[in-house]
Design a protein around this ligand. Structure first.
Ligand code: NAD
Length: 478
């Protein structure tokens, strides 16, 4: 058992304890042991963080894109130098299998910082022109002011960086409110990079979403809220921000359809789909959960996927061989277990379906077939290592099933027929669609949902523009 890490807020360049008497105990989901604790913040703490960001804004906004870019590159370098430590924190805090945390997730965060560092130097807008005779109009792209980033527990530091990276690159100052369950890596990162930033440019407060999160969403000095989390909390935040009204980026839940035609290259697809179901224990808003399979290959596909899922190595996230780690909490596991246990009589459990007995919050890789479109397992985001299977007879039915859910974040289409692939891409209502792939993304491309999955983009150049406002200037030539 390691020592319990004491966490603090980072406000105006200094680490300090939250002022609430309530203590947040953070568990290692592989063992259930307490690994860290933090005193929660009060609304007054949050207010100080927002005011520190406001005070720092004019100075930060006055730096050149090149200066901000260099600092973001330096942040990336610092993160890369501390990769082992940060990856370990994600492993013991969020249950990330160590191979994935070290090999993919944290290197991906370094890459994202470098993307935002570059993209912030080349913001674009409409060309200047004489739209009114005798006047030249041009467009300025300006930072907004104070950005509040509210992050979920499934990709703690990744999500924080996809918010603070573009916000800082565009000249805003930032307050991050991290998820109560997973503060470790974000806290360490924010503390580390203070040496690179003027005080107050990047602040962090721990606390309850419904208390300090809500208070900061309503705070008059917050100009934009970038939120990733559940659709339910997204609705509450949109309503609270609507009063101002205040700019929002909402990245909410997904429920990805995976449309599998009978000409799929099954051998090539299987490892990608297995990863699509089990990556981050299925607690990934773009998870490949909802398999829609051509009737012609249903049995062959189900046998192959079941064999692949059930042979996955499940274990402590710190074990180098682990592929499927724990779910984030007992509560999350109980939610998934109940959804699976309450499956309708027409469904068939092919593999898995139970929690793994013993310490930690593990759940078996699970495959359920025979589902119908209005079943809860199809309509709700499961957020666990569970895939469902439905069948279709033709393309029209496949597309109807793909789109007939409230979410629209991610999807994939599996076929070697290019015309059919592109017809499906055009018809599927979701913010990202893969063809013969699933889950692979880079920071250069924009992510963000349709329908109840939210609005606004993260990543790419569009994701940077979210953190700017456009001003038209009209100058008389007289
Ligand atoms: P959550 O919505 O409960 O919490 C997310 C964050 O919001 C936490 O920091 C929480 O404290 C805060 N929060 C909650 N209520 C708030 C309020 N009223 N005001 C201000 N802040 C509030 O979500 P979660 O359970 O931590 O995360 C899992 C969810 O996130 C899943 O539904 C998943 O699909 C979604 N998600 C979406 C994306 C995406 O890009 N679309 C990415 C990752 C996760």
């Amino acid at each position: 058992m390691t020592d319990v890490i004491q966490l603090g807020n980072v406000i105006n360049g200094k680490t300090e304890q939250g002022s609430s008497e309530q203590i947040n105990k953070v568990l290692n989901p592989s063992t259930g042991e307490v690994v860290a604790q933090a005193k929660l913040s009060t609304v007054e703490d949050a207010d100080r963080a927002v005011r520190a960001a406001r005070d720092a804004f004019p100075g930060w906004a006055a730096t050149t894109p090149g200066e901000r870019s260099q600092i973001l590159h330096d942040m990336a370098t610092l993160l890369a130098e501390n990769l082992d430590e940060i990856a370990h924190l994600e492993t013991i805090d969020a249950g990330k299998p160590t191979a994935a945390a070290r090999g993919e997730e944290v290197p991906g965060i370094v890459g994202a910082l470098r993307h935002f560092a570059g993209a912030g130097r080349v913001l674009t807008a409409q060309a200047a022109g004489e739209f009114v005779a005798g006047n030249t109009s041009y467009v300025r792209r300006e930072p907004l002011g104070v950005v509040l980033g509210i992050t979920p527990w499934n990709f703690p530091l990744w999500q924080a960086v996809w918010k603070l990276g573009p916000a800082l690159a565009a000249g805003n100052t930032v307050v991050i409110k991290d998820a109560e369950l997973t503060p470790l890596a974000t806290t360490r990162f924010v503390e580390l990079v203070q040496q690179l930033l003027p005080a107050g440019v990047l602040n962090l407060v721990h606390g309850k979403g419904s208390e300090i999160g809500d208070a900061m969403v309503r705070h008059p000095e917050v100009d934009l809220v970038s939120f990733t989390g559940s659709t339910q909390a997204g609705r509450t935040i949109a309503a609270a921000a609507g009063n101002a009204p205040k700019r929002l980026v909402l990245e909410l839940g997904g429920n990805a359809p995976v449309v599998i035609y009978d000409d799929i290259d099954l051998e090539a697809a299987l490892p990608i789909l297995t990863n699509g179901v089990l990556f981050n224990a299925g607690q990934e808003c773009m998870s490949a959960t909802r398999m829609l399979v051509s009737e012609a290959i249903h049995d062959k596909f189900v046998d192959a996927l079941a064999a692949s899922l059930s042979s996955t190595v499940v274990g402590d996230a710190e074990d180098a061989n682990t592929v499927l780690g724990p779910l984030i909490s007992e509560g999350q596991r109980a939610r998934v277990e109940k959804l699976v246990a309450d499956r309708p009589a027409h469904a068939k459990l092919v593999t898995g379906g139970k929690k793994v007995e013993g310490d930690g919050f593990f759940f078996e890789p699970t495959l359920i077939t025979g589902l119908r479109q209005d079943d809860a397992l199809v309509q709700e985001e499961i957020f666990g290592p569970v895939a469902t299977v439905q069948t279709f007879t033709d393309e029209a039915e496949a597309l109807r099933l793909a789109n007939d859910v409230e979410q629209g974040l991610a999807a994939s289409v599996w076929t070697r027929d290019i015309g059919r692939a592109l017809r499906n891409v055009n018809a599927i209502e979701s913010g990202v669609v893969w063809v013969n792939n699933h889950m692979a993304v880079g920071p250069e491309g924009p992510l963000g949902g349709f329908k109840s999955s939210g609005y606004g983009k993260e990543g790419g150049t569009l994701g940077l523009e979210e953190y700017t406002r456009v001003k038209q200037v009209i100058v008389s030539l007289a």
